[in-house]
Design a protein around this ligand. Structure first.
Ligand SMILES: NC(=O)c1ccc[n+]([C@@H]2O[C@H](COP(=O)([O-])OP(=O)(O)OC[C@H]3O[C@@H](n4cnc5c(N)ncnc54)[C@H](OP(=O)(O)O)[C@@H]3O)[C@@H](O)[C@H]2O)c1
Length: 296
């Protein structure tokens, strides 16, 4: 069973596995399949759902909103994360000629208001600034966050893909705590273990969300790596998806993986990753298997 836990000291309680909505528009994924996926998630204790204004060319949040509308009582059982700050090229916005970032107070507020309409809810649990923006004015972001919090539209705030310095700068201007940094983190994208990102967050007792914990599915296509990892799957009697989640969960940083599968049958394997106890040497062996060399 997936437990809920605080994403930072005094922060919101979120499920240790988070289900992402990025791929909800990728292929045929009708309302019945959405119900099946979300119901399986809830059965396992996965109650937190990750969105962004832009997913599926602004369509994925609407899909989730339709689901919320048809299932009464669902909103109260779940936590919703959404993001803002990216302005991609989109037929919906013909004035945009290139992708760019916008963390102005006006855009943050408008984006949240649009997300609430799309998601058919009155509030989101956590709002993240999607990407660091060189034009980000921390005082303006603070102004937007304060207003959204006061209006009850957003309960908590965080960031995504920020460096430690960017996180620290924004936090220095906020009354409210940044509750997370959602970063790319997986066995195959392991640089945050070594570049100080995880150390900084742990020092501040802020826990990361790990997006694409299976490398967006690409890791499963690396046949040689799969063969090497299979040794440990056999030893612990677990599937490869379980092993990859367990390897992240073993970190002291209290990682919250954000998974993107659309298949309910995979969720049990993912949740099982919370239960595995690796021997320390095996954790390092798995790291060696992906990096190709031992620690010094
Ligand atoms: N903050 C950011 O900048 C950012 C960036 C990217 C993503 N995200 C968030 O992270 C979420 C997850 O990203 P992601 O979809 O790339 O993550 P992922 O969980 O690493 O990859 C999911 C993909 O792997 C495939 N897959 C193949 N075999 C699988 C297996 N055995 N178990 C699980 N999945 C398997 C899935 O296909 P099936 O559907 O067939 O299982 C799916 O296409 C997104 O939905 C979004 O919420 C955030």
């Amino acid at each position: 069973m997936v437990i809920k836990s605080e994403i930072c000291e005094g922060g919101p309680e979120l499920s240790r596995i988070i289900l992402g909505g990025w791929r909800w528009n990728d292929r045929s994924f009708p309302l019945s399949a959405q119900h099946e996926l979300v119901n399986k998630a809830l059965e396992l204790g996965i109650t937190t759902f990750d969105h962004a204004d832009i997913y599926g060319n602004y369509h994925c949040q609407f899909k989730f909103g339709e689901l919320l509308k048809t299932e009464s009582g669902l909103r109260e059982k779940i936590q919703i994360i959404t993001k803002c700050g990216i302005k991609p090229v989109s037929g919906k916005f013909p004035e945009r000629k290139i992708p760019f970032y916008d963390t102005s107070s006006a855009h943050i507020i408008k984006s949240v208001e649009d997300s609430l309409v799309a998601l058919k809810t009155d509030y989101v649990d956590v709002l993240l600034i999607h990407r660091p923006d060189p034009l980000l004015n921390p005082d303006e972001v603070a102004e937007a966050f304060t207003q959204l919090k006061a209006q009850g539209k957003v309960n908590y705030f965080g960031v995504s893909n920020f460096t430690n310095e960017q996180f620290s700068l924004l936090q220095s201007r906020l009354e409210l705590p940044l509750v997370t940094n959602q970063i790319e983190l997986s066995l195959s994208h392991n640089s945050p273990l070594f570049d100080g990102t995880l150390d900084y967050l742990l020092e501040h007792k802020v826990y990361p969300m790990a997006w694409s914990p299976f490398g967006g599915g690409k890791i499963f296509k690396n046949k040689e790596l799969m063969d090497r990892l299979n040794v440990f799957c056999k030893k612990y009697n677990i599937s490869i998806a379980t092993l990859l989640i367990a390897w992240l969960i073993h970190l002291p940083s209290r990682v919250f993986p954000v998974v993107g599968t659309l298949r309910p049958e995979r969720l049990g394997h993912i949740a099982a990753g919370l239960e595995v106890e690796f021997e320390r040497q095996d954790w390092y062996h798995i790291l060696k298997d992906v990096r190709g060399y031992n620690v010094p």
